[in-house]
Design a protein around this ligand. Structure first.
Ligand SMILES: [Zn+2]
Length: 416
């Protein structure tokens, strides 16, 4: 167990302001460690001040991960009528491998921002060239509370009870869920339905099951004994909120009982993604398979379904870009921003973060299609990203769930 005092050395909270005359600048850095490279990198990010407000953006450099959020406070004296700020978490910890869970801090950041927006001190600090945090006690309290809460969250997630296999509570919940699933099967009888699908529909619509959230069967293939199920408004995620861990073990157990009966074989149900893991994920996704989720799904029919889903998702992405940004504006953006926007708009990309060096920008992208064999959709993804963003990227699909997307920066083209 890592000591709390260690984490204090590894988590910074930084506040930036976009000065109309001077550009982006750092106001405060609540930190044990100061690193000018990080300040420079974050300042650059703030330069793209048209990025979405109140939505965290995660990026990384070497062993440092950072998550930032933009916000504006109305000020009639300012150009454009608003003062623009950015708050950033910086985490120095190579042992935090599941860095994407940093998104769970999004909620903490939003809370702090709503407090900061009420403070008159915010208008005073921006008039100082080198403000000192102690002179602004209200802001100091806000930033310190944010940092303390982040330290507590990380303490629990990374150094607490969630290490390794499923924790005891999830195991027990899964068992209770399994028993609940068996109860339903005693009340809904197979003989009354003309096929397995209508039997399955009746089960998931029964009040015992549907009270745990809205269940949708995305895919069901009784021949292959596989299924994909989504659950929105899960009671577990709604009551527990975003806690950077999966919380629907009960539903997992329940679905396991239901599908084992329907498919007449002991199947395994895995919650692949949970709305409690990331604040912007709305649905929990469950995978049903005889050998668990590691089993490769190769039937031709399923390939076809996945391909069609993906093509539709890609079309939706471009529609969002046209509607929200406009095609002409989109192609005027810097390549990095074009890619960020593409990943933000793509419904199948659940997270992404950026690692940049002078020569190269690398995105690590979490794609919901990562589970399927390469030849279904991933082979055409490089081309799709190149064509739609007009950025000459290279795509490398890794064995785990993250794809690497890189492109050479202009600086490296000039020198080569
Ligand atoms: Zn869940």
């Amino acid at each position: 167990m890592t000591e709390r005092v260690d984490l204090r050395n590894r988590i910074n909270v930084m506040l930036f302001h976009f000065d109309q005359r001077l550009g982006p600048r750092l106001l405060f850095n609540v930190a044990e460690i100061q690193d000018p490279r990080i300040t420079a990198s974050l300042t650059r990010l703030m330069d793209f001040n048209f990025l979405q407000e109140m939505k965290a953006i995660v990026n990384a450099m070497a062993n440092v991960v950072y998550s930032s959020m933009f916000f504006s406070i109305p000020n009639p004296m300012a150009r454009g009528g608003v003062e623009q700020f950015m708050i950033s978490f910086v985490i120095f910890d190579p042992t935090i491998t599941e860095y994407l869970t940093i998104s769970s801090l999004e909620e903490e950041m939003s809370k702090t921002i709503s407090k900061l927006m009420m403070l008159s001190e915010m208008f005073i600090i921006i008039t100082y060239s080198n403000p000192i945090l102690e002179d602004f006690p209200e802001i100091e309290t806000c930033l310190n509370v944010l940092r303390d809460n982040a330290i507590n969250i990380f303490q629990e997630i990374f150094y607490g009870q969630f290490e390794g296999a499923k924790d005891a509570t999830s195991q027990i919940l899964g068992k209770i869920g399994y028993e609940a699933g068996k109860q339903v099967l005693q009340q809904v009888h197979e003989g009354e339905f003309e096929n397995l699908r209508s039997y399955l529909d009746a089960i998931v619509e029964s009040p015992i099951i549907s009270r745990w959230g809205n269940i949708n069967i995305l895919h069901f293939d009784p021949g292959e004994k596989v299924a994909t199920i989504s659950l929105d408004s899960s009671i577990w995620t709604e009551s527990l909120g975003v806690i950077a861990t999966k919380t629907c073990a009960f539903v997992e157990g329940m679905l396991e009982a239901v599908f084992s009966k329907i498919l007449d074989e002991h199947i395994i149900c895995d919650e692949m993604r949970c709305a409690s893991e990331y604040s912007y994920v709305k649905d929990c996704i469950f995978q049903i398979a005889p050998g668990g989720s590691d089993r490769e799904i190769t039937s031709h029919r399923e390939d076809q379904t996945i391909r069609e889903m993906a093509i539709e998702d890609r079309e939706k992405t471009m529609e969002h870009i046209r509607d929200d940004i406009g095609e002409q504006f989109y192609y005027e953006f810097d390549p990095m921003i074009r890619l960020i926007q593409l990943f933000n708009k793509a419904p199948f990309i659940s997270d992404h973060f950026i690692q940049e060096t002078e020569e190269q920008v690398k995105f690590l992208v979490v794609c919901n299609y990562w589970r399927y064999p390469n030849d279904i959709i991933c082979n055409s993804c490089e081309k799709w990203i190149k064509d739609s963003s007009k950025v000459p990227i290279n795509l490398l699909k890794s064995k785990h769930r993250i794809c690497e997307i890189t492109y050479e920066t202009e600086e490296s083209e000039k020198t080569s």
